[in-house]
Design a protein around this ligand. Structure first.
Ligand code: URA
Ligand code: SF4
Length: 263
């Protein structure tokens, strides 16, 4: 996390604590978690593999890399699935994509986030949530006490970018959904967090994110909680407080306690 972002976040939380009821108060532990959410690079335990004798030239220069992704090998069949999806032509989005954005993260994650589909940066890099919304999602996950690159798994409803960042159409979402189902089956998370109205519609067949966010549902036997999409939160910053309440519900599921009250 950049220093400026960290201060923004802390100031945002302090404002929140002044403006909201006690559950939204910041506590020293949370502040500590925020401070340590993105340790300086030198503190990070990144095991760099010995360089190959001839390093291949990178084909593209990433537009934006909030954190150096520490690559973990995909579990066998998740990798096989990723390979299949690379060549998918099951819907028209295949003709406009630059890269398939399969998903990313810990293949054994207990917590999985599901977005709608790749945006421009994701399409460029082939990784989910690496643009501005991704930067916020990374901070949200950090504030929950998880590392975005190592602890959780992140995937989308559609794996190819809808042109102009429009929402995926129903036919596209339905064409792509079996991949997501297989990812969920392979990762076997304990909890799914749905980011916004699109995954709410296509996984739970429900509309009304404003009404339904922060409530538990079940998808294929997995506890599932919808919250707001980070891109929506960027456009509506006051709603971050609501999203944070939702994420605290998820934290409790993992025995993480963001708030400690005296007495
Ligand atoms: N928005 C999404 O829903 N998914 C991404 O991967 C990036 C932005
Ligand atoms: Fe295939 Fe999904 Fe891409 Fe459509 S969006 S081409 S179904 S991978």
């Amino acid at each position: 996390m950049r220093k400026a972002d960290l201060f923004d976040e802390i100031i945002f939380r302090l404002r929140e604590s002044a403006a909201h009821e006690p559950t939204a108060q910041i506590d020293p532990d949370l502040l500590q978690a925020l401070m340590s959410a993105a340790p300086p690079r030198e503190e990070k335990k990144i095991i760099t593999p010995a360089p190959a004798p001839v390093a291949p030239a990178p084909e593209t220069i990433p537009l934006y890399a909030p954190e150096p992704p520490v690559r973990k090998p995909l579990a066998g069949s998740l990798q096989a699935l990723a390979q299949t999806v690379q060549n998918c032509q099951n819907c028209p989005l295949c003709s406009t994509r630059k890269n398939v954005v399969f998903g990313d993260g810990n293949p054994n994650a207990e917590l999985m986030f599901i977005g709608e589909g790749p945006g421009e940066s994701e399409d460029e890099q082939g990784l989910p949530f690496v643009g501005r919304a991704g930067e916020l999602l990374t901070r949200m996950i950090g504030a929950m006490g998880f590392d975005r690159w190592n602890d959780v798994y992140i995937a989308n409803i559609v794996k190819c970018r809808p042109p102009g960042n429009r929402n995926p159409e129903e036919g596209e979402a339905r064409a792509c959904l079996s991949y997501l189902d297989q990812q969920i089956e392979l990762v076997k998370p304990k909890v799914l967090v749905l980011l916004g109205a699109v995954p709410l519609l296509y996984l739970l067949n429900m509309r009304g994110i404003m009404r339904l966010h922060g409530n538990w549902f079940e998808y294929k036997g997995i506890k599932t909680l919808p919250t707001f999409h980070p891109a929506y939160l960027l456009r509506n910053p006051p709603m971050k407080a609501e999203a944070w309440k939702d994420l605290q519900i998820v934290m409790r599921e993992f025995g993480k306690t963001p708030q400690k009250r005296n007495g």
